[in-house]
Write a protein that binds this ligand. Structure first.
Ligand SMILES: C[S@@+](CC[C@H](N)C(=O)[O-])C[C@H]1O[C@@H](n2cnc3c(N)ncnc32)[C@H](O)[C@@H]1O
Length: 428
């Protein structure tokens, strides 16, 4: 029931719902309320009692229009709905209920200041709002209700899964969708979707659903009752990952200054704690102390990584040969060229797992090239698995074992790694 049937008709007879109407799966009739006026001017509205702005739609044309509709649909389970900003906010659950409980919905579109309250009291079964905002008329809201209910009617979409997997069906938002090409504007489709392992795809999608709902709609997420063991495991994984910082700002690198020493020492303290927790006997005494960094800085060999303006990591890259590396056991250095040494590095606790460590390794390489060197050597404790993984991931190769002398009273054995940077022609 509308004052603008042509507008609604045009929209509702297009695309998926239009095709369903053509096939007779659903039927959409737009009825002109004005056709049921009983005055010569075909007037549908009048001034409000009590004064005030605007006009109110009269009860009589509305009631006559409704009676006419009902006279032709006697044996159907009907529901008269007035679209109103005062109604209950519309949700997928409402759409499901309307589809399940009724065969015939009469959607009454108000206009101007609304409709005479007596029509609502007398004839309307329920009021539905599209949201907490005001439209000029009920047509857009009516079309939203009609569209969302009709697509649940069997035969309108190709199969049930088209809507049961979608956002809001089971209290979750849908996973992200991608189509060809696999690489667009430098952005790649997630690898898992390309590999063809359906089990992995399903798991990834479920995780995305949980994660997106948590991030985008915490209100919906708080209403979820999850009991499935797999969901709970995914949730634990998401929460663990959510604790990690996201790199939203540009990451830059500059030589550290003496004024940066306190922030560097904070990162050292955090790294010491973390190594201690994993029983790595590295940096567990008073090494590295402030004076070491002071020397590094004065030689221009200490660098600070910034996330926006915030210090997020540091590294010390020295062009001086490391005497402890002269004697390497169980292997040998392979580069026959001068090397620089990555001595000390750490990522601030809040940036762990954010990709900052990988950025650090890139800046190390950039700095090595700036020093005019193509070989980088470094060492780490045999139990420092995160560092070993990072090194391997960054293209470093294990070359053997060395003994360091900087941490008396602690384990001095270290694994030695080396990376040779490609020259400009791409050769090693
Ligand atoms: C300008 S509104 C009238 C608003 C009314 N005076 C009020 O403040 O509650 C005109 C018509 O638009 C429709 N409408 C406006 N906002 C709506 C919403 N959020 N949801 C559904 N229908 C809405 C209703 O049919 C309403 O009668």
């Amino acid at each position: 029931m509308t004052l603008f049937p042509a507008v609604v008709d045009a929209v509702m007879h297009e695309s998926i719902i239009g095709r369903a109407a053509e096939k007779g799966i659903v039927q959409i009739n737009c009825v002109q309320i004005r056709d049921f006026t009983e005055n010569k001017q075909n007037q549908v509205d009048d001034y409000p009692y009590g004064g005030g702005r605007g006009c109110v739609m009269m009860a009589q044309p509305l009631k006559s229009c409704l009676d006419n509709i009902m006279s032709t649909t006697k044996n159907l389970r009907s529901r008269v709905i007035y679209l109103s900003p005062q109604g209950r906010p519309y949700t997928q659950e409402t759409a499901k209920r309307l589809k399940r409980d009724y065969d015939h919905l009469v959607l009454v579109c108000g206009h101007y200041e609304g409709v005479d309250e007596r029509f609502i009291e007398h004839c309307v079964d329920e009021e539905i709002s599209l949201g907490d905002f005001v439209l000029t008329g009920g047509e857009i809201a009516a079309m939203a209700v009609a569209d969302s209910v009709c697509r649940l009617v069997p035969g309108v979409l190709s199969d049930e899964e088209c809507y049961t997997g979608e956002s809001h069906w089971d209290g979750l938002l849908e996973y992200p969708q991608y189509t060809r090409p696999a690489l667009w504007e430098g952005r790649r489709v997630p690898e898992v979707l390309i590999n063809g392992d359906h089990e992995k795809v399903d798991k990834w999608r479920r995780k995305q659903q949980l994660q997106r709902t948590m991030e985008k709609r915490p209100d919906m997420f708080s209403r979820l009752e999850l009991s499935d063991e797999e969901d709970l495991a995914l949730l634990r994984q998401i929460k663990k990952e959510a604790g990690r910082m996201k790199l939203t700002e540009e990451v830059t690198c500059r030589p550290a200054a003496a004024g940066d020493i306190p922030v560097i020492m904070d990162m050292v303290a955090e790294a010491k704690k973390s190594l201690g927790r994993f029983h790595v006997d590295q940096w567990q005494g008073d090494y590295p102390r402030e004076n070491i960094f002071r020397d590094d800085i004065s030689r221009g060999e200490c660098f600070l990584l910034l996330h926006g303006d915030e210090p997020a990591a540091f590294f010390v890259l020295s062009v001086m040969p490391e005497p402890c590396y002269d004697e390497i056991k169980d292997g040998k250095w392979t580069a026959e060229m001068p090397a620089c040494v990555l001595h000390r590095s750490a990522v601030a606790g809040k940036y762990r797992g954010s990709g900052m460590a990988e950025r650090l390794m890139l800046f190390v390489e950039r700095q090595a090239r700036a020093f005019g060197l193509r070989c980088i050597r470094t060492d780490t404790h045999k139990k420092n698995k995160p560092m070993q993984n990072l090194l391997r991931q960054s293209g470093y190769r294990y070359r053997g074992n060395v003994e360091i002398d900087g941490e008396p009273g602690h384990d001095s054995a270290r694994q030695a790694f080396e990376k040779i940077l490609k020259n400009r022609c791409g050769e090693k």
